[in-house]
Write a protein that binds this ligand. Structure first.
Ligand code: ADP
Ligand code: 5GP
Length: 201
């Protein structure tokens, strides 16, 4: 119904369950799409180029930054990550809501360039549970897990500009809350004032 979609920025510590919750929240919704990021991180065994990420060499990443091809970009635990700008713009213009799963520095850049973006921070019930989930996922070494836990605490300290905080204790409940936020944010009056104006003519 809306001419332009909402940009939904989702952040939270690695292992909080962002992918799990997002997957459940958008099941059956045709008004939401994901932006696939670019990263210099090496693919995990289950990851496919172009699906989880576009995996690129550091030189190509630098070139994309220099050409202004990225809406935002940041370093995270020794790798670079960024959001391709063209995809996001074209989907928003088609009226679709676009979901970004990005860390806090990148989210802050988006907040500055597109302050109307909806910012959601997702957290696990505790740091102990976060560690258990990272270990259970089995994709990171113990050293990488420790680095991600340190980064998680830094992110909590920097997360003062988000509009919503979701606690992922029960993934179904967190997904229902995320879906409700997306629905409500599409009913905001500033997006629909034109509907009132049409009736006054
Ligand atoms: P992120 O995308 O934030 O890095 P993932 O979605 O990969 O996190 O989840 C990290 C791990 O935690 C996965 O193994 C996932 O199955 C598990 N997980 C996610 N949500 C929950 C939850 N509510 N309760 C228990 N385990 C969960
Ligand atoms: P992972 O290596 O676990 O896939 O992701 C590590 C972190 O990078 C996560 O917090 C994730 O949200 C973030 N991330 C993924 N893509 C992007 C991106 O395009 N930009 C930014 N700034 N962060 C990203």
């Amino acid at each position: 119904m809306n001419k332009r979609g909402r940009l939904i920025v989702l952040s939270g510590p690695s292992g909080a369950g962002k992918s799990t919750v997002v997957f459940k929240a958008v099941e059956g919704r045709d008004d939401v799409c994901f932006s696939t990021s670019v990263t210099t991180r090496k693919p995990r065994p289950s990851e496919v180029d172009g699906r989880e990420y576009f995996f690129v060499e550091p030189d190509r990443f630098k070139e994309m930054v220099a050409n202004g091809e990225l809406l935002e970009h940041a370093e995270y635990v020794a790798n670079s990550y960024g959001t391709p700008r063209a995809y996001v713009e074209s989907k928003l213009n088609e009226g679709l809501n676009v979901l970004l799963d990005i860390e806090v520095q990148g989210a802050r850049q988006v907040n500055q360039s597109m302050p109307e973006a909806v910012k959601i921070f997702i957290i696990p019930p505790s740091m102990e549970e976060l560690k258990r989930r990272l270990q259970g996922r089995g994709t990171d070494t113990e050293r990488a897990i420790e680095a991600r836990l340190i980064r998680a605490k830094q992110e909590y300290a920097e997360a003062d500009f988000y509009d919503y905080i979701l606690v992922n204790d029960d993934a179904d409940r967190a997904a229902a809350e995320l879906s409700a936020i997306i629905t409500a944010e599409n009913c905001r009056a500033f997006l629909r004032e034109n509907l009132l104006k049409q009736e006054q003519d």
